[in-house]
Design a binder for this molecule. Structure first.
Ligand code: HEM
Length: 338
């Protein structure tokens, strides 16, 4: 993460203000042109304007403070939003703790390395103090991901609010998350089921500009890969040695997706072009004919990546959202209301 001097902070905030206007206009245009606004009539940019006017500031400050202490948590917040939205829609189902009668999503192997739950708890506690029972956990997750992208140097964008929290969180539902062993056509199919194009899928995968994968997520590429190769031939030979070095420290050893794990930039796409993608699902984006053009464009032009990423994130944040009586506003993000 960049240095966070007061000058940095105020320049970030003024950059934010200008960009927020530009992107607000852009977003309205995107929603009109793409037509997906119709499916989520109840979500509004100013949803909390009267009921909790400081919601944005509270979440921004909470995320900012958390990232000052540990910049690696930006990745956790962005991934949390994705895993929330792809299962049961963006309804904070991922935050619910297991009980003696129910094993929740967060205890699925696919979610065990999710990070940042405490940041959501801190924001929720403050919001409950200011405006009890008003701001949903699902909106907090979506806004925290937005702010994590921004504070890591990524695009600024705003999102419509008004999601309600769900009451279902079951481990079995997480089977629908894409696997790191997927190839480009499997990824395209999985994202297509949620209404995304292949280009949007590539843009969203660009979230891997932040964070790390553990050895257990990619070690199948390093030995007994297939009947003719011991090591996945799509990995650069020197990078394969780097991955093996990481795995020599155990299944939980972490490998950054690119050279700048806390900076939101297009280094991830350049890594793919250099055959230095960490997961099969990363590298396949540059080896598949259907997606390699998009990877090249994003590697060459960060601005195009940022634009596509923010639009795809807004779209992802609207997946199967619950509105009105379809959900509730949890008072504790980890538990459904009684
Ligand atoms: C395209 C399909 C995707 C697959 C197969 C996938 C899979 C994975 C895997 C296996 C990890 C590492 C987990 C671990 O080893 O602990 C990971 C990390 C991550 N994923 Fe994805 N992912 C995908 C798409 C996305 C999307 C769409 C986003 C967000 C918009 C995202 C955000 C992240 C982030 C930020 C991390 C790093 C987390 C951290 O450092 O804590 N991923 N992903």
């Amino acid at each position: 993460m960049r240095k966070t001097t007061p000058e940095f902070r105020s320049s970030q905030l003024s950059r934010m203000a200008v960009s927020a206007v530009v992107h607000g206009l852009l977003l309205s245009w995107v929603m009109i042109v793409s037509g997906f606004g119709a499916a989520v009539v109840g979500l509004r940019m100013d949803y909390y304007f009267l009921t909790c006017p400081f919601v944005d500031q509270v979440i921004k400050n909470t995320v900012f403070n958390a990232l000052q202490a540990d910049p690696t948590l930006a990745a956790g917040l962005v991934r949390m939003h994705f895993h929330d939205c792809f299962i049961e829609g963006c309804d904070a189902s991922v935050l619910i703790d297991s009980t003696k009668d129910n094993t929740a999503e967060k205890d699925s192997p696919a979610n065990l390395s999710l990070r940042g739950y405490e940041i959501i708890d801190v924001a929720k506690r403050q919001l409950e103090a200011h405006c009890p029972g008003v701001v949903s956990c699902a909106d907090i997750v979506a806004m925290a991901a937005r702010d994590a992208v921004f504070f890591s140097g990524g695009p600024v964008y705003d999102i419509p609010k008004g999601r309600k929290d769900g009451r279902r969180s079951k481990i079995m539902d997480t089977i629908n998350l894409p696997a790191p062993t997927f190839n480009a056509s499997q990824l395209t199919r999985t994202f297509g089921l949620h209404g995304f194009t292949a280009q949007e899928m590539v843009a969203l995968s660009g979230a891997h500009t932040l964070g790390v994968a553990r050895c257990s997520s990619f070690k199948q590429r390093l030995s007994n890969f297939d009947s003719t190769h011991n090591v996945d031939p799509s990995i650069d030979a020197i990078f394969a040695k780097t991955l093996m070095g990481t795995c020599s420290r155990g299944d939980n050893a972490e490998q950054p997706f690119d050279m700048t794990r806390n900076n939101f930039d297009n280094a991830y796409f350049n890594a793919l072009l250099n055959k230095a993608g960490v997961l099969t699902s990363d590298q396949t984006l540059s080896t598949s004919e259907a997606t390699m053009g998009v990877v090249k464009a994003y590697a060459m032009n960060q601005a195009i990546f940022f634009l596509d990423f923010q639009q795809a994130m807004v779209k992802m944040g609207m997946l199967d959202v619950k509105e009105g009586a379809q959900g509730e506003v949890r008072s504790d993000c980890r538990r459904i209301n009684n």
